[in-house]
Design a protein around this ligand. Sequence first.
Ligand code: SF4
Ligand code: SF4
Length: 270
Amino acid sequence: MDQTQGKARVEPVQLSRDSRIHFRCGKDLPCYTQCCRGLDLVLTPYDIIRLKKRVGLPSDEFLAIYTKPELLFQTDLPVPTLRLLDDPEQSCPFVREEGCLVYTDRPTACRYYPVGAATMRRQYADQSEEWFFLVKEPHCKGHDCPDEWSIQEWRDDQGAKEYDQINAPWYDLVVRKRSIPPNVKFSEKAKAMFYMASYNLDHFRRFVFESSFLEVFPLPPEKAEEVRRDDVALLRLGCEWLKGVMFRHGDMQVGEEHARRRMEKRGKAK
Ligand code: SF4
Ligand code: SF4
């Protein structure tokens, strides 16, 4: 084994959903919870929805207490990462000796581990491509276990499918940003909109219902009601809105025609 002491080794093999791995994780292993310390964990929008509900906090408080913002690699987009404890091991705030306090609501990356997932879109392609890789950390004894899985089976067993489905429109935004030249930068205002509609959903809900948002993007009453009470529906709306305002794609673009109609409406109101 050429593992570098103390450092994760990413297997240089591109894996598909059908690729097979040997792995098992459990309380009986001597490394139990070691992977929950000293980690760098980017949170997805659905991770925040689940975790804020689990700890009973609104999104802005959850983000302030449990996360710190970083720029997502190769995108320049702001994302929250898990804020680790200030202890010698830099532990996840949810880890205890007996295991994960929020196990049934644990983030996407914890569900995939030790599998990493990546997505890319080739220039001019409509669909993005996904692939997987294996992360081997010296302390993780799970790789020595004979239990065999396909990546798909591992993902399903860990409940990652629901997370991937709900996060899919957001992943699409990230892939869109990655596929445009890196010198195309978004304004700070656009990045703040991205962060709000992706992660600070309670704030975004107030923005939708307490600003002129619904005048610009009217919603049928039943959809508005769904967005008012359901975070997942609100996230879907947020991603569609971001696709329109940041990438000029989809049904929620503010075009010239719309601007003309708004001007007319304002004129009539005077
Ligand atoms: S086997 Fe790996 S993933 Fe499981 S507890 Fe040990 S270090 Fe963590
Ligand atoms: S959320 Fe749970 S599984 Fe994930 S790092 Fe923290 S303690 Fe470990």
